[in-house]
Design a protein around this ligand. Structure first.
Ligand code: CFM
Length: 541
């Protein structure tokens, strides 16, 4: 699709973005802003420290561990060891939904558990308080498991959450207790927290239940967190195809699913950034291959279902998948036909965490919209350029601080689901097992790829490109809308969703049509636009 819009050359835009920075800052930011060429993918700087003073979109390691990976599991008590403020954004702000078994089913997601650390604990140590909090949570709820999440002060004062977890696990006997050293300052972003979460769940939970629960085509879905109900839609489609979902990491999940997840025969990955570690560790220890999928976009959903069926090499499954696609597609096509004339040729920009800036280009593409610029907050080079660059990634001190587990095949339970020959054959037939190509091959030549975009750069980009929609999060939303451009939150989906699968695509088409064709944001004028001298000093009277 060709854009009808005229905008400056991408290299000029890059220059313009860097112009205001001091030379050293400009040099560093310059490496994170690249003009894309899908044929000869340029190197992009990623997963490095944000320059102090720059307003970043990023979050912290604790957010990635507690909020992102463990947050959506409903029956693990998530106990935050730290000051109460750290719990605020961990308490039902991410829109990860869950479906407990009936009204009495265990669900701790509606609670906020914190040790409420005070100055006294920072000075004299907080382990005693932590033990008391574990005991209290246990007495009140008798949960199957308690996860302890370390916030910054815990690392600074040296509380040993792992020793406390061990001691309390032994004392209580029937509650799995494990700690996470996910202090906010670890690594350079929430990405570090994902890795820490993967390690501990793998070490303390995966493999505890060997029960074979049946099912012919058993998969785990990794990196799908059920924002706005996405996982519900994917579950519906998998069930309709006859594919058994053993565990979801971690949208709509339970600890029981994790314990049993090593009995699956394939891991499919939605969000590569947050959970590729788990896939690799499970393959090494249990012999389960992994494959990247994408259920964002109707075409992408159809393709992902077909690829799962091809992996299992079962004619009946392949046929069933085709039937499901044929049943689901007409409704999608109907809405798309009605929407496309209104959305075609519009410009989008996507700056989201680590996967969605890539995945949502599919949906915009279906709407005939062009993604002129995109980037991740905390993706790594492989999320941009593809996994082939992994051997060349320079490991800096920030990443070295994150533990790499040494995983070996399980002496009894390692069972390769496919022989290396079969995997090689499937790969030859086009099934890209153990691979992720990254975002850049899917973006047009001349599009701008920007890692860890700063607030200043976003504003400049909007000024220069005048996009029809900007996708980011709540921190950006109102600033962008005050510039006259609608902002779609791709973290929380605002109040919408699901956007995954076929019915999700329909929801998205309708929501975006409404947003890019509403004139409301262009009609507003900020007070300083009317009176220039108010700029920078304006306060509400
Ligand atoms: Fe993966 Fe996510 Fe994302 Fe992410 Fe996130 Fe998220 Fe995200 Mo917000 S796990 S990387 S840490 S897809 S919370 S559900 S939307 S930044 S793009």
């Amino acid at each position: 699709m060709e854009s009808t819009k005229k905008y400056p050359a991408p290299s000029d835009i890059k220059e313009e973005l860097l112009k205001k920075y001091p030379p050293k800052v400009a040099k560093k930011r310059g490496k994170a802003i690249v003009v894309n060429d899908p044929e000869e993918i340029p190197q992009v700087q990623a997963n490095t420290r944000t320059i102090p003073g720059i307003i970043t979109q990023r979050g912290c390691s604790y957010a990635g561990c507690k909020g992102v990976v463990l947050g959506p599991t409903r029956d693990i008590v998530n106990l935050v060891h730290g000051p109460i403020g750290c719990s605020f954004y961990a308490w039902l702000t991410r829109r990860n939904q869950t479906r407990p078994d009936g009204p009495e089913g265990e669900n701790y997601m509606t609670y906020c558990f914190s040790t409420d650390m005070q100055e006294e604990h920072v000075v004299f140590g907080g382990e005693k308080k932590l033990k008391q909090a574990i005991q209290e949570a246990y007495d009140l709820f008798h949960p199957k498991a308690i996860g302890i999440f370390s916030t910054c002060p815990v690392g600074l004062i040296g509380d040993d959450v792992h020793a406390v977890a061990r001691e309390m696990r032994e004392k209580l006997g029937d509650c799995n207790i494990f700690g996470f050293s996910c202090e906010g300052y670890k690594g350079v972003s929430q990405s570090a927290g994902h890795h820490i979460a993967n390690n501990q769940v793998f070490k303390h939970v995966v493999g505890l239940d060997d029960t074979d629960k049946g099912g012919k085509f058993k998969i785990n879905m990794l990196g799908e967190y059920n924002i706005g109900g996405d996982a519900f839609e994917i579950e519906r489609l998998l069930a309709k195809c006859g594919i058994t979902l053993v565990a979801s990491f971690s949208g709509n999940s339970t600890i029981g699913q994790f314990e049993n997840s090593h009995t699956a025969d394939l891991n499919v990955i939605m969000c590569h950034r947050s959970i590729n570690y788990m896939a690799e560790m499970m393959e090494t220890k249990y012999g389960i291959p992994w494959m990247k999928v994408n259920f964002i976009g109707a075409e992408a959903t159809a393709k992902s279902l077909r690829r799962i069926a091809r992996y299992f090499e079962d004619d009946e499954l392949m046929q069933r998948v085709e039937e499901v696609i044929a049943e689901e597609m007409p409704a999608v096509q109907n809405v798309l036909e009605a929407t496309y004339p209104h959305t075609k040729g519009k410009l989008a920009m996507l700056f989201v965490g680590g996967s969605r800036a890539h995945h949502y280009q599919e949906l915009f593409g279906e709407l005939g919209m062009e993604t002129i610029s995109a980037g991740y907050e905390f993706g790594h080079r492989d999320d941009y350029e593809g996994r082939k660059v992994i051997p060349n990634i320079k490991i800096d001190a920030d990443t070295k601080n994150i533990e790499e587990l040494k995983v070996t095949p399980d002496p009894e339970r390692f069972r390769p689901r496919k022989s290396e020959e079969d995997l090689a054959r499937l790969k030859e037939e086009g099934l890209d097992i153990r691979d992720y190509e990254g975002m850049m091959p899917d973006m047009k030549k001349g599009s701008l790829v920007i890692d860890d975009i700063s607030h200043y750069e976003s504003e400049k980009l909007i000024e220069l490109y005048k996009p029809d929609i900007f996708c980011a999060g709540i921190k950006e939303k109102y600033v962008v809308q005050k510039m006259g451009v609608p902002l779609k939150q791709l973290h929380s989906y605002d109040y919408g969703g699901p956007y995954a699968g076929f019915s999700g695509a329909i929801n998205f088409y309708k929501d975006i049509d409404r947003m890019v064709n509403s004139r409301v944001w262009k009609l507003i004028q900020a007070p300083w636009e009317e009176e220039n001298e108010l700029e920078a000093t304006y306060v509400t009277p």
